[in-house]
Design a protein around this ligand. Structure first.
Ligand code: MRU
Length: 347
């Protein structure tokens, strides 16, 4: 299944082409990012979003933003490269895939000399990050598909599908692979207030792929679980801390509490680029808080405040298991130990 090209090179090669996700589902429009501001604004405004996708777009965007400066001498170009890299890294704080990708980009330039060779190395690394992300999605799908029986109903939150990655997604990858293998699957998609990634994006990409999807208000998830209508909960992650705590879209914690209470398995699907061994627990992860207007929409008058965290922490104790490109894990220490094991994806 090839669903969409969430992030790609524009045909002439000088810009990153993204699907502008703010316009979905009404319009499928692409936008070309050329400058540093284009790249940072697109990430900040969620034109491109989802942890793996912002890592890929950040890496490719860094290249695009530097292309007009190929004439600069190496020392000056390196200064600029670091300035652009730090600006992209700071565009959003929570998903670890963004600093992970930027670190990889800078590492790739360590033993390179000359501006032209630096740009070549950056472009090569950005392509590798994108290609590996696509491959990791496939592997997640392969490792997770056996959890989905024929006729199963799967609940998901936010969008952790093709639109959030360079491939077939993370939480939705097992669904795509199960369907590819001939199984019937229905996905229940939380609408995901306040920015509606579930009803606008998850529903759109699944419907486009011909997979049955039902949208529900976030507040309806607990009663759906209580009714016994869900076989499996699959969510993505923006960061998984060393103790197995999962940071994901606001509302994931509530879904996990309800799933736990009703004895429904909850799996977190993520590529290894989402694992953050340096952050001890979910409490140590910077949580992005977004504009009050996303909640209030300009309606209430003066004196009304808004609480608008974009992410929450699901404690490891509420996670049945983790699905990564390396396999399936129940124990967070085994999950993190897998980072040290060889993979054909690592060079
Ligand atoms: O604010 P968003 O839309 O970028 O949040 C996205 C999520 O929370 C996803 O679940 C997460 O990034 C995993 S995407 C494979």
């Amino acid at each position: 299944v090839h669903v969409v090209d969430t992030v790609s090179w524009a045909p002439e090669g000088g810009a990153v082409r993204i699907i502008d996700q703010r316009r979905l589902p009404e319009q499928l429009v692409e936008r070309d990012l050329r400058t540093l501001d284009d790249v940072c604004d697109a990430i900040r405004s969620l034109a491109v979003r989802g942890a793996p996708a912002i890592g890929v777009a950040g890496a490719m965007g860094l290249v695009a933003s530097l292309l007009p400066f190929a004439h600069e001498a190496e020392a000056r170009f390196r200064q600029r490269m670091h300035r652009h890299a730090e600006a992209v890294r700071a565009a959003r704080p929570t998903a670890v895939n963004l600093p992970w990708a930027i670190d990889r980009m800078l590492d790739a330039t360590a033993r390179v000399e000359g501006t032209g060779a630096l740009l070549d190395a950056l472009r090569g690394e950005a392509d590798a990050i994108r290609d590996e992300d696509r491959a990791m999605c496939e592997r997640i799908g392969g490792h997770g598909a056996s959890l989905i029986a024929d006729g199963a109903s799967v609940l998901t939150h936010c969008n952790a599908g093709a639109l959030a990655t360079a491939g077939i997604g993370t939480a939705l990858a097992p669904v795509y692979v199960a369907v590819r293998n001939g199984r019937a699957v229905r996905v229940y998609a939380d609408e995901t207030r306040p920015l509606l990634q579930g009803s606008r994006l998850t529903a759109w990409e699944l419907a486009r792929a011909g997979i049955p999807v039902t949208v529900l208000a976030d507040g309806a998830a607990a009663s759906l679980l209580a009714a016994g209508a869900i076989d499996l909960v699959l969510v993505g992650a923006d960061r998984i801390a060393a103790n197995g705590d999962v940071v994901n879209k606001i509302g994931t914690y509530a879904v996990a509490l309800a799933a736990g209470h009703h004895g429904v398995a909850l799996y977190v699907a993520a590529p290894t680029s989402t694992l953050d061994p340096r952050t001890p627990s979910g409490a140590d992860v910077p949580i992005e808080h977004r504009a009050p207007d996303e909640i209030l929409g300009g309606r209430p008058g003066e004196g009304v405040a808004a609480y608008n965290p974009a992410f929450d922490v699901t404690p490891a104790a509420l996670v049945t298991g983790y699905i990564t490109d390396r396999g399936r894990f129940t124990d967070p220490s085994a999950l993190f130990a897998s980072l040290a094991s060889p993979s054909e994806l690592l060079r």
